[in-house]
Design a protein around this ligand. Structure first.
Ligand SMILES: C[S@@+](CC[C@H](N)C(=O)[O-])C[C@H]1O[C@@H](n2cnc3c(N)ncnc32)[C@H](O)[C@@H]1O
Length: 232
């Protein structure tokens, strides 16, 4: 269990001590390049960390350690909501496929009433809690697979950074995001041109050049757009 004190409120979160130690040992706290007022437990290289994670848990079926990086789509979306705090100020916010928690943390810094960070990877959930505490914000975490399990829950604002990299996930994510938009949510997507980003019902609202790790993206900079999903 880890207890943090934030804004005078006690935050008691139950964290797996093994995951906490592992994240502390394999990452360093670094500023997010495009949102330097946010710091995250971050790694330099994906594959060695992935191998270490599998060794640690004695398994070879783990998802890649997405939680250890600020992805281009997430960075662009975080920058956008920090610069346009009217989008999230006073609102309930969902950060879908949160990874490190970057977008949920940015939303809270931009005045959101409440932010939910949803991710199906238990390591991500631990990283999100550690990153939120480090940045002095409170973020609700959720492990439900919102892309396949029906939910009646609605948020004012739904944000999705870098989720369109795999066909099935992309299709399910777009269906979920469209349903949230239809029920009145403001839906924004941060995406650096991943293969499965749909082409329909999206309006580009901003463009950023995002510094990224060459180890992951084969480039030092990724042009990345923020899209608004139409509420039709
Ligand atoms: C490329 S990372 C993006 C993380 C973060 N949004 C960012 O931009 O930095 C994709 C994330 O999607 C998560 N993910 C994949 N399928 C998911 C699902 N069905 N529900 C929630 N999260 C999911 C992964 O665990 C991973 O953390």
């Amino acid at each position: 269990m880890e207890t943090g004190l934030q804004d005078g409120r006690a935050l008691s979160v139950f964290l797996d001590p093994e995951k906490v130690s592992f994240i502390r040992a394999t990452t360093q706290i670094r500023q997010v390049p495009l949102a330097p007022n946010i710091e995250l437990y971050s790694a330099d290289e994906a594959v060695p960390l992935w191998q270490k994670t599998e060794q640690q848990l004695n398994t070879d079926h783990l998802p890649p350690p997405f939680w250890a990086f600020a992805w281009a789509g997430g960075q662009a979306l975080a920058r956008h909501i920090l610069d346009h705090s009217d989008i999230t100020c006073g609102k309930s916010v969902l950060d879908l496929a949160s990874g490190s928690g970057l977008i949920a943390i940015a939303a809270m810094k931009a005045g959101a009433a409440q932010a939910t960070a949803a991710d199906i990877d238990p390591f991500a959930i631990t990283a999100i809690m550690m990153n939120a505490a480090h940045n002095d914000v409170i973020v609700e975490t959720m492990t439900d697979n919102l892309l396949v399990d029906a939910t009646s829950r609605r948020w004012d604002v739904v944000l999705a950074g870098d989720i369109f990299y795999e066909r099935d996930t992309a299709e399910n994510a777009f269906r979920f995001l469209s349903a949230q938009a239809l029920s009145g949510a403001t839906v924004l997507i941060g995406d650096p041109g991943r293969t499965y980003l749909p082409k329909s019902n999206l309006l580009c609202v901003a463009n950023y050049d995002v510094p990224v790790l060459r180890d992951i993206e084969d480039s030092d900079m990724k042009p990345t757009a923020v899209w608004r999903l139409s509420q039709r």
